[in-house]
Design a protein around this ligand. Structure first.
Ligand SMILES: [Zn+2]
Length: 145
């Protein structure tokens, strides 16, 4: 890569939770409170490049983030998406969706469907406080020997 990788600089990322292999960041999308990204910290671009244990680690964190967001926000749906066309890191978007959000039932990247009511604001520290105990616990569980 000729330009610095934006996902390798921890100072530029709104990190919610992190371990050696994975970062969970706040997507900071104003229309989508609670939108998180789960990022594999090494440069790997395809799920098939991870070994089974690594895949399990990544997806366990993705599903734990999903569960916390369901419990805290009671969304109508969670969208999970992995595209990764612009950065060299595998990452999963975990997006709480509501029937009256800006794009529902389309993907958040599609043409807006409506002007939504102002979205609930969730401060970064609150989101991190919701995620951290669960992610610490599942990480400890799956990495215990
Ligand atoms: Zn990078």
């Amino acid at each position: 890569m000729t330009t610095p990788c934006p996902l390798c600089d921890p100072n530029t990322l709104p990190i919610l939770w992190q371990c050696d292999q994975i970062s969970v960041i706040n997507a900071q999308e104003p229309d989508y409170p609670g939108f998180c990204r789960v990022i594999w910290r090494q440069h790997q671009t395809e799920m098939s490049q991870l070994n089974p244990a690594q895949r399990n680690q990544l997806m366990t964190i993705v599903f734990a983030v999903e569960r916390v967001l369901i419990d805290q926000l009671k969304p109508d749906k969670i969208n999970l998406a992995s595209l990764g066309n612009q950065v060299a890191h595998l990452h999963w978007h975990v997006i709480p969706r509501f029937e009256q959000d800006r794009h529902f039932p389309e993907p958040v990247w599609a043409t807006p469907q409506r002007e939504p009511a102002p979205a609930r604001k969730i401060i970064h520290g609150q989101l991190s406080a919701w995620l951290t105990p669960t992610l610490d616990a599942v990480w400890e569980e799956i990495t215990a020997v």
